[in-house]
Ligand binder design. Structure first.
Ligand SMILES: [Zn+2]
Length: 74
C-alpha cells in the first residue's frame, strides 16, 4: 500500500515537472498559441478540443462510437 502511494506521488511529480517545463519552453519559443475551444462529449462528458470532435444533431462527441451510441431522450 505504501509502495503504491509512493509510485503515485512520483508519477504525479514527474507529470507536474514535465508540464512545467513544456509550458516554459513553449512560452520562450512561441509566445502566441491559439487557445483551443474545448467541448464536452454529449455521451460521456469528457472535454476535448473542438477540432477533434464528431458532431451530430448539434451535439459534440469524443468519438464515432459515442456518437453512434448516443440516443437523445425524447
Ligand atoms: Zn464520449
Amino acid at each position: 500500500m505504501v509502495k503504491y502511494l509512493l509510485v503515485v506521488i512520483v508519477v504525479a511529480l514527474a507529470i507536474w515537472l514535465l508540464r512545467g517545463q513544456r509550458r516554459r519552453r513553449r512560452a520562450d519559443e512561441r509566445p502566441v498559441a491559439p487557445p483551443q475551444d474545448m467541448v464536452a462529449c454529449a455521451h460521456c462528458g469528457v472535454h476535448f478540443p473542438r477540432g477533434e470532435s464528431m458532431s451530430a444533431g448539434g451535439r459534440q462527441f469524443c468519438s464515432e462510437s459515442h456518437r453512434d451510441e448516443y440516443r437523445p431522450q425524447r
